[in-house]
Every structure is written in structure tokens, then in C-alpha cells.
Design a protein around this ligand. Structure first.
Ligand SMILES: [Zn+2]
Length: 419
């Protein structure tokens, strides 16, 4: 054996034990998140880790302040175990940025929304000054919200936007329905608030939220479809977020659905979002009811909920186009679950059968994905923004890196125990 072999071997051994420790730490945090309050013995049982390993890592997590030793458990006899929970002192600011307003919230480590505010502003696609003024206004509201929870530990600000964000440069690359591309949104917010910022496309943010706080955290193939002024998708394929060149993947809203049609925000005609977005729903209503002017999609929802037949037909037409796009995505990506986020989910009892029947009818295998509505579109996008920050501060490993083979089993085991 040559002398030079030794250090190489040593380095490998160190790297692999560090990786194992980090994986175990992440598994334990994830399991506490699912089962809290939970005892160390139950954590060992749920994760398959050695009780001694669990004790050491939990000790470190308590020292670091991520985990709290809680109340004593009650057992018929023997030692009373201490339950541990995630320390909900850890919070983040979250902003869901829309074209004319921003929803703001303080969200704790468990996804609980502690406080909320809305900042309304005026924007114009070609006015840099108005975009800057809007940022100033939003930053003021964010500062006030942060002050109101001054006793908590803030880890940063998560921002969810309709456009696509290059994760290396933080630049908003593509945002056809909003005026943010003309300014350095990330830089201006960071300067105004002086905290670390994670900014992501709203549909991708909702993927993180589902993974963190939702019911489908164990699905490896998932599509989030965000329906608002446009249609955006977040794609989880084989356990990884699909990013594409410059983080541009997911713009299925601009796949050509028809040869003709209204001009889309991207400049083309016939895009899916020109037929399936809130704007399309409003257009269908105006075609059916030229005598009645309504300005917002919320009004359309209200009319539909009150039983207005023209409003219901407009919603049905929008949902029919939504279904057509979903069948294409489903055929191409084979998701286990499709999660719809948006105001239209207020009419889920009407939309869902339409989407589901099309997915079943057009499926060429006996399987079709489950299609579900995010509980509340606003909350989903805010929690998504928070999850961007929390995922980064809590989990050592980047993004959705390929999991340890054993981890899938362990997570599946842990999730089964949670049900
Ligand atoms: Zn388009």
C-alpha cells in the first residue's frame, strides 16, 4: 500500500460520517415536525435510528435552540419520558407579492400564521418609480409586522412571486403579469429590511409548503398548479424540484393550447393561461353578460356562489380549459397528486368533478392522479414563502437533493405512523 492512499481514505470516512449525521439530523427534525410532541424512544422507533444516536442529536438540537424539551409523558410505570417539540420561537416573515397588493405574514416553524397584513399599491408595467414606491410601502408594512413580534427569532423573509426567479442571481426573469422585472426586487427588499431573503415562484413555493406543512409531504411526484392572473406550475419529479435552464421550468401556462386566441402577457396567442386563468374566467363572463360589468375575479366567484348561471358557465369554461392542460401535464409527468392553488378553489365542489373526470377519461393507464385543492390559496402561498426560509435554516442539505435510499423507507415509515 502506498503512503498516499491513507489521507484519501480518511477524508472519505469523515465525509460519509458527516453526511450520515446530517441526514439523521434532518430525519429527526422531520419526524418531530410530524409527530410532536414526541418522546426520544418514539423517535428511535419511528426513524429506526439507535436510541443513543437519537439522544445525542436531540441534545445538540436542544442546545442549538431548535427543539424544546417539553412536558413529561405519562406511562403506567417506569421512567416518565420527556416529550420534545420544535421551538416555535423561530419564525419568518412571508410576503406573497401580487400585481397590485402584497399579503404579508409572520409564520412560525410549525406553519402557524401568527399575524397578517395587506399592503395595497399602485403599479404600472413601465414605471420604475411606481415599482420602487410599491417596494417602499411593502417594506414599511413588513417592518411593522416584524416589530409586533419582536420577541421572536426571525430567520429571514420568504417572498413568493408570480414570475420565475433565477436562484443564482436572484433576478426575476419572467413575470408577464407584474411590473417587477424592471427593478432589482430582491436587492431593494434586502436593502430596505436588512434580513436574508429567499424569493421563489409562487407555484414552487407551494411545493415547498406541501413538503413542509402539507398532507402530501411523502409524494415524490407532485404538480402544483397556481391559477391567478396567469397559470404557473411547480413540478416535483422523482423527489426533485424541476428547475430547468435559469430556473425557468414550469411555465406550462404558456404552452400553446389553440392556434388563435387573445394575446397573452408573454406576447403569443393561444397560451393555456389565456384560456384557464382568472382573467380568462372574467372574459368568459363578459362575453356571456355584456350588460353587466364586473371588475374582479372575486366578484365573479361571488356571483357563481349566489347561483348566477352566466357566472357558473364562465367558471365551467375556465375549468374545462384547466382540465385540458392538466391532462397533458399528467400524461407527460405521471404525478401522484396535482394540487390546485387559487381563488377558483372557492368553487371546488363544482370544479373538482370536472377536473377529475377529465383526468380519468383521458388517462391511458388504470391510474390517474389525485387532484386536490390547497386548503386556502392565500395561506398556501404565504406558508410557501415561509417554507423557503424555514427549509433552508432547518435542513442542512440543499433543496430536494436525492435522498438516502434508506431515508425514503424511514420517511414512509414515519408518515405511516403519523396517520
Ligand atoms: Zn403566454
Amino acid at each position: 500500500m502506498r503512503e498516499t492512499d491513507k489521507p484519501i481514505r480518511l477524508r472519505r470516512a469523515v465525509a460519509s460520517s458527516e453526511t450520515a449525521r446530517e441526514i439523521n439530523r434532518d430525519i429527526l427534525l422531520h419526524t418531530i415536525h410530524l409527530h410532536q410532541p414526541v418522546s426520544r424512544a418514539d423517535l428511535a422507533r419511528l426513524t429506526g435510528l439507535q436510541p443513543s444516536t437519537v439522544s445525542v442529536i436531540i441534545g445538540q438540537l436542544i442546545d442549538e435552540g431548535w427543539v424544546l424539551p417539553g412536558e413529561l409523558g405519562r406511562l403506567p410505570r417506569g421512567r416518565r419520558p420527556t416529550f420534545v417539540t420544535l421551538n416555535d420561537q423561530h419564525v419568518t416573515l412571508a410576503i406573497d407579492l401580487r400585481p397590485g397588493n402584497a399579503n404579508l405574514a409572520v409564520v412560525d416553524i410549525n406553519g402557524k400564521i401568527l399575524g397578517r397584513d395587506v399592503a395595497i399599491f399602485e403599479v404600472q408595467e413601465d414605471s420604475t418609480a411606481k415599482a420602487r414606491a410599491a417596494i417602499k410601502h411593502i417594506a414599511g408594512a413588513a417592518r411593522a409586522l416584524k416589530m409586533a413580534y419582536g420577541d421572536r427569532l426571525f430567520h429571514g423573509l420568504g417572498v413568493s412571486v408570480s414570475g420565475r426567479v433565477d436562484q443564482k442571481t436572484h433576478r426575476l426573469l419572467f413575470s408577464p403579469n407584474a411590473p417587477w422585472t424592471q427593478i432589482d426586487l430582491h436587492g431593494e427588499l434586502e436593502k430596505a429590511l436588512e434580513i436574508p431573503i429567499k424569493m421563489e415562484n409562487a407555484a414552487n413555493a407551494c411545493l415547498f409548503s406541501e413538503r413542509w406543512f402539507g398532507n402530501f409531504g411523502d409524494a415524490s411526484n407532485m404538480i402544483v398548479v397556481s391559477v391567478s392572473e396567469g397559470v404557473g406550475t411547480g413540478l416535483l419529479v422523482d423527489g426533485r424540484v424541476v428547475r430547468g435552464r435559469d430556473d425557468m421550468a414550469g411555465e406550462f401556462g404558456h404552452m400553446p393550447m389553440e392556434e388563435t386566441g387573445p394575446v397573452c402577457g408573454c406576447g403569443n396567442v393561444g397560451c393555456w393561461e389565456a384560456f384557464a386563468s382568472n382573467r380568462a374566467g372574467l372574459r368568459y363572463y363578459h362575453e356571456l353578460a355584456p350588460d353587466r360589468a364586473i371588475a374582479t375575479f372575486q366578484e365573479l366567484i361571488g356571483l357563481a356562489q349566489a347561483g348566477d348561471m352566466r357566472a357558473l358557465r364562465a367558471i365551467d369554461k375556465m375549468a374545462t380549459y384547466l382540465a385540458r392542460g392538466l391532462t397533458m401535464l399528467s400524461a407527460g409527468l405521471a404525478p401522484e397528486v396535482i394540487i390546485v392553488v387559487g381563488d377558483c378553489t372557492a368553487l371546488w365542489s363544482r370544479i373538482h368533478p370536472l377536473l377529475e373526470s377529465q383526468l380519468i377519461a383521458k388517462s391511458f393507464t388504470p391510474y390517474s392522479p389525485r387532484v386536490v385543492a390547497a386548503v386556502d390559496g392565500d395561506v398556501a402561498r404565504l406558508r410557501g414563502a415561509a417554507a423557503l426560509v424555514l427549509h433552508n435554516v432547518l435542513f442542512r442539505r440543499e433543496d430536494f437533493a436525492p435522498r438516502h435510499p434508506q431515508e425514503d423507507q424511514i420517511l414512509a415509515h414515519a408518515a405511516a405512523g403519523a396517520r
